[in-house]
Ligand binder design. Structure first.
Ligand code: KMH
Ligand code: ZN
Length: 270
């Protein structure tokens, strides 16, 4: 069986408790949900934080507390978001990078994001990449369009990120690249040979994209940030049931989910 890493995106910046009552907000809730996901088979937690009332935040103090509590409950690779929520400044978005995570996202281009615009100009990308590099954190490249790979390769040429790349194809955002097998096959064919890659399918595309990624040799990201349903019309009771599904999908495709320790070995080469 070949190895596969399962990432749990447990909260995000957009999903609310009105949409799914199992969305964790506080540090204690994030830590409990992270542990459930790790027990189910996740190796990486993709982390956002929230104010007590659920508002999206990128505050360093909230990240610090959430990371402390997650680490006290389970062994997992922490990947902080630098995307935050649409409209946040780059400075604000960097709150989590200061909290000693192992990974941080680097969004590699501007897209339409539903009815809004998620801004990631090259100067903004460089500023985020510089901070990630200065903190010796490994970037996880979030690519929503095929040209975002060219942006990432430009940053690599400029010495702001290093090979092997850790790539997340984020597919099915309304306004960006669609979640289709033909898209994934093409996108993956364009990657440098040694890149680690996975697919995060948005909404109803999450589990089909997980299956496709497992089948084609990629990693998997699931969780409430991207999708609130376990089955059509059935809300997921947190992200852990989605991780359980990702584990079954992986095994059915001859893939063995790895631990955080194994992901850390891969990160050493980045
Ligand atoms: N909330 C989205 C606008 C990331 O975590 O880096 C961006 C996002 C990506 O979630
Ligand atoms: Zn995110």
């Amino acid at each position: 069986m070949s190895e596969i890493a399962i990432t749990a995106a447990i909260v995000g910046a957009e999903v609310t408790r009105e949409q799914n009552p199992h969305v964790p907000y506080s540090a204690a809730e994030l830590a409990q949900e992270a542990k459930r996901c790790v027990d189910a088979g996740a190796a990486i937690i993709h982390l956002h934080v929230r104010e007590a009332d659920g508002r999206a935040s990128q505050a360093e103090s909230l990240f610090r507390e959430a990371i402390k509590q997650i680490r006290s409950l389970c062994d997992v690779v922490i990947q902080v978001s630098t995307g935050g929520a649409v409209g946040m400044s780059v400075r604000e978005r960097l709150g989590g990078v200061a909290c000693d995570p192992e990974m941080a996202t680097l969004n590699c281009g501007t897209i339409n994001f539903g009815e809004e615009i998620f801004e990631n100009s090259l100067p903004q990308m460089r500023e985020i990449a510089r901070e990630i590099q200065a903190r010796k954190v490994v970037p996880e490249l979030e690519l929503y369009e095929i040209g975002h790979l060219d942006n990432a390769l430009l940053l690599e040429k400029e010495g702001l990120i290093a090979q092997p790349l850790f790539v997340q194809w984020v597919l099915g955002v309304r306004g960006a690249m669609g979640a289709r097998e033909s898209v994934v096959r093409f996108a993956v064919s364009e990657l440098p040979k040694q890149a680690h890659w996975g697919v995060a399918g948005i909404g109803r595309h999450q589990l089909p994209m997980a299956e496709l990624s497992a089948r084609l040799g990629g990693h998997i990201r699931v969780g409430l940030e991207d999708n609130i349903y376990l089955d059509r019309g059935v809300l997921a009771e947190g992200s852990a049931p989605l991780v359980e599904r990702a584990v079954s999908i992986s095994k059915a495709n001859g893939r063995a989910p790895v631990s955080a320790a194994r992901v850390r070995e891969w990160l050493k080469h980045a």
